[in-house]
Design a protein around this ligand. Structure first.
Ligand code: NIG
Ligand code: FE
Length: 419
């Protein structure tokens, strides 16, 4: 059962289902939004609820990070330094992460992933997708899916697991045999909790034909489908995403305008991962506007991974989406919340309409624009999941205060993260 909470003295409340409310309050009962409106109109009967004082800060829905590769061991320092020296990103570096991940114990992997999930929550992520993909044998991929489940155990963060056995063809393997092996593993991946199947369809990874085979089989096995498309080159992956009506097509740095319209018509969510565009040094940004102007539903995600986006922070992704990709602040925040939820087919979150999950953020600033305008500062003062405060920033300029009717306690002490 979720928590119950009344958030008061909200400077500006963004729900996406109503116009913005100033001097607002919001009530969460049993984990779901029960009421939102002007603080002065707060209905009677909330006196028994724990109270969170937003101290005039802006409140928005929790971030839904719909694309991460947050389970790995090792580092990619050598690749990173080579790129600072003008080397181009190639998927070849994935092999070194596969080796380091294989060498890590289960305990190490769970611990590393757990710490990344905690960092995500601290920066405002309330639902995250996590892909396997650094195993590349059926046993190793299934081990990663189990470790994801272990890392999430007891956490308030909701995680959607994705099977990405088709990340790259492992060294020394024959392509078509590996594709068949990925397909044969789909039912076990599903049994181990994967809801989604993803394919890295690009130069140096899988072809459009291979991706079509894998994703068609995944859909038949009851998994939702998503695809890494047009990240490094224009290969036809976005056309395939529209043809298969994938839930999302992600990256899309090289997408064409006709493909953008095809994605919009097919209802495929376009997932922008601006940190990857920065970190891989592609210098490609204009696809965001191409997609938006074609009417594609946009999401923004971190793509948290060691090779192209070592970043757990959704606020940072939103800042790049605005400053580099030229999205407006509301468009970017909507993409990072509602858009991410749409990409994962989760319609009970990403907004704060009555009945939605009580997943919300008390921001560090009085205005949501400050989340983009104030760089390098903690953007989130408190993260609330299902009506429970799961993280509060020690260094935020904004401190939030909580008081229960029976005992008054300050949330400046560490707050438990268990659900
Ligand atoms: O999303 N594109 C494929 N996968 C990751 C990078 C993987 C890696 O380099 O480790 C991405 O960019
Ligand atoms: Fe990715």
């Amino acid at each position: 059962m979720g928590g119950s909470l009344v958030v008061r003295r909200i400077g500006r409340l963004t729900t996406w289902t109503t116009p913005r409310v100033e001097d607002a309050a919001l009530v969460v009962r049993d984990g779901a939004v029960a009421w939102a409106g002007a603080d002065r109109d707060l209905p009677p009967g909330v006196g028994d609820l724990e109270e969170l004082d937003a101290c005039g800060a802006a409140v928005i829905p929790g971030f839904v990070d719909c694309h991460t590769h947050a389970i790995w061991a090792g580092d990619r320092r050598a690749d990173f330094l080579a790129r600072l020296d003008a080397a181009a990103y190639t998927p070849e570096g994935i092999a070194s992460t596969v080796a380091a991940t294989g060498a890590a114990t289960d305990e190490e992997l769970v611990g590393l992933t757990h710490r990344r999930l905690a960092a995500m929550m601290a920066s405002g992520t309330t639902t995250a997708e996590v892909k396997s993909g650094y195993g590349l044998t059926p046993e190793a991929e299934l081990r990663l899916l189990s470790a994801i489940e272990q890392a999430v155990l007891g956490e308030a963060l909701h995680v959607e697991a994705t099977y990405l056995g088709a990340h790259v063809v492992p060294d020394g393997r024959e392509r078509s045999a590996y594709v068949e092996e990925v397909i044969a593993t789909l039912p076990q991946a599903r049994r181990l909790g994967a809801r989604w199947c993803d394919v890295f369809c690009d130069d140096g990874a899988f072809t459009v034909e291979e991706a079509r085979r894998i994703l068609t089989a995944a859909a038949a096995a009851g998994l939702g489908t998503r695809i890494h498309a047009e990240q490094l080159a224009l290969t036809g992956a976005a056309t395939l995403a529209a043809e298969l009506r994938c839930a999302s097509a992600d990256h899309l740095d090289h997408v064409t305008a006709p493909d953008a319209f095809a994605l919009a018509n097919a209802g495929v969510v376009g997932v922008l991962v601006p940190v990857a565009s920065l970190y891989s040094r592609s210098q490609r940004w204009s696809h965001a506007v191409t997609l938006r102007d074609a009417g594609v539903t946009l999401a923004i995600a971190t793509d948290c991974n060691p090779g192209t986006s070592w970043c757990e922070s959704m606020p940072y992704a939103v800042q790049l989406a605005c400053l580099c990709m030229s999205l407006g602040v509301d468009d970017a925040l909507r993409a990072a919340t509602l858009g991410g939820a749409a990409a994962l087919g989760l319609h009970d979150r990403g907004h704060l309409g009555v009945g939605a999950r009580g997943d919300l953020l008390v921001l560090a600033g009085d205005h949501e624009v400050d989340l983009v305008a104030h760089l390098g500062a903690p953007a989130v003062a408190a993260t609330v999941i299902g009506g429970r405060v799961v993280s509060e920033s020690k260094s935020s300029p904004r401190r939030v205060a909580s008081s229960a009717p029976t005992s008054t306690k300050s949330l400046s002490q560490p707050v438990g993260t268990s659900a």
